[in-house]
Ligand binder design. Structure first.
Ligand code: PHE
Length: 357
């Protein structure tokens, strides 16, 4: 290789290794390999050489170009890593610093979370404890044990998301729970009466329009004891509605209905004057006396134990109480919406301090 080539390679490698940042390195690359760069310029001399020297010269320049390309890449990787480190250092956040004054006002609690806490507060005060179940549920707990056997029409009404435990598995399919009622079963299988629980959670149905979203929230209630009757159910729900809507009296209507897991069953409407719309009724929940089959399915004797259950849409009562018009907006993650409808992070609902002050 000619001394001229060796000298150029040294110069270029030196420039590359001393390039201080990615911008400087790019300038070196252009001046070395760019259209009018030093390496292509050298290649242009090829035409003037005697034929017997052409091949060796061409190979030498190609070799030089490859080595320069490699060192450019190596340097680029090193500089990029360094640049990332610099960036991380510059953007470092000290999480141990004390909270800035006013920080508590910067976040917002979602109305669903707020109402979830309000409902828990009310039922906790009445002596209910909280139970939970998984979002991915077995078909048996979501349906069969709740007195909804296979082929029962109620299964269609639920627009269920089915899933296999693994691709190709032939096990009974799992479901995204269509309601919080399987937590009734889980609770009765796990503990002996007297039972007094509420179970808030996410539920899923294949449904989407202005008043339905594929995921929404429910709160289940279950009371099982030896002498629990319909009067207890009515009292509990009436007390709940008064506390929740923060009024002394709420007009309530218990409408005969049907659920496979309760008998008798009732849907409950509230007089909408509670939310400033006199003359209108709004449905807020389904309820009833737990069906003897359900009690039996959980290994309890329905001649000894009885009780009531209810299931309420959390999103729905949040919309009613706080005048939120569109259900879908609840889950759109729009910060402007959250600023408008959200709650102060430090304002925890309590019966003594006011649920929604
Ligand atoms: N699980 C019912 C539903 O989602 C509501 C319900 C719960 C009704 C408990 C009665 C008793 O529609």
């Amino acid at each position: 290789m000619s001394t001229e080539l060796v000298a150029l390679e040294h110069t270029l490698v030196a420039e590359i290794t001393t390039a201080a940042d990615l911008k400087a390195l790019e300038e070196v690359r252009i001046s070395a390999l760019g259209k009018k760069g030093r390496v292509p310029e050298l290649m242009a001399q090829l035409g003037k050489l005697p034929p017997e020297e052409k091949k060796a010269f061409g190979q030498a320049v190609n070799g030089l170009r490859d080595r320069v390309t490699t060192s450019l890449e190596t340097r680029k990787t090193a500089l990029s890593a360094g640049a990332l480190l610099e960036k991380l250092k510059a953007e470092r956040v000290d999480v141990t610093l004390p909270v800035r004054a006013g920080g508590g006002h910067d976040g917002r609690i979602h109305p669903v979370s707020q109402v979830w806490d309000e409902v828990i507060e009310i039922f906790a005060d009445m002596g209910f404890s909280i139970a939970e179940g998984p979002d991915i549920e077995t078909d048996d707990l979501n349906f069969t044990k709740l007195n909804i056997p296979e082929e029962h029409p109620a299964r269609q009404e639920h627009d269920t998301f089915y899933m296999r435990s693994q691709p190709g598995s032939t096990d009974a399919p799992l479901v995204l729970r269509t309601h919080t009622s399987p937590v009734q079963i889980r609770t009765m299988l796990a503990q002996k009466p007297p039972i007094r629980i509420i179970a808030p959670g996410r539920v899923y149905r294949l449904d989407s329009d202005a008043t339905h979203t594929p995921m929404f929230h429910q709160i289940e209630g279950l009371v099982i004891d030896k002498a629990t009757h319909l009067g207890h159910l009515k009292w509990t729900l009436t007390e709940f509605a008064k506390a929740f809507f923060e009024v002394d009296d709420v007009k309530m209507r218990f409408r005969a209905s049907h659920f496979p897991f309760t008998e008798p069953s009732m849907e409950v409407d509230i007089g909408a004057e509670a939310i400033g719309k006199p003359g209108k009724w709004l449905e807020i929940l389904g309820s009833g006396m737990v069906h003897p089959n359900v009690i039996r399915n959980c290994g309890l004797d329905p001649d000894v134990y009885q009780g009531f259950a209810f299931g309420m849409g959390i999103d729905r009562i949040a919309m009613l109480k706080y005048g939120i018009p569109d259900l879908r907006a609840m889950f759109a993650g729009d910060l402007r919406w959250l600023w408008h409808y959200g709650f102060s992070a430090l304002d925890m609902p309590s019966l003594a301090g006011g649920l929604s002050s």
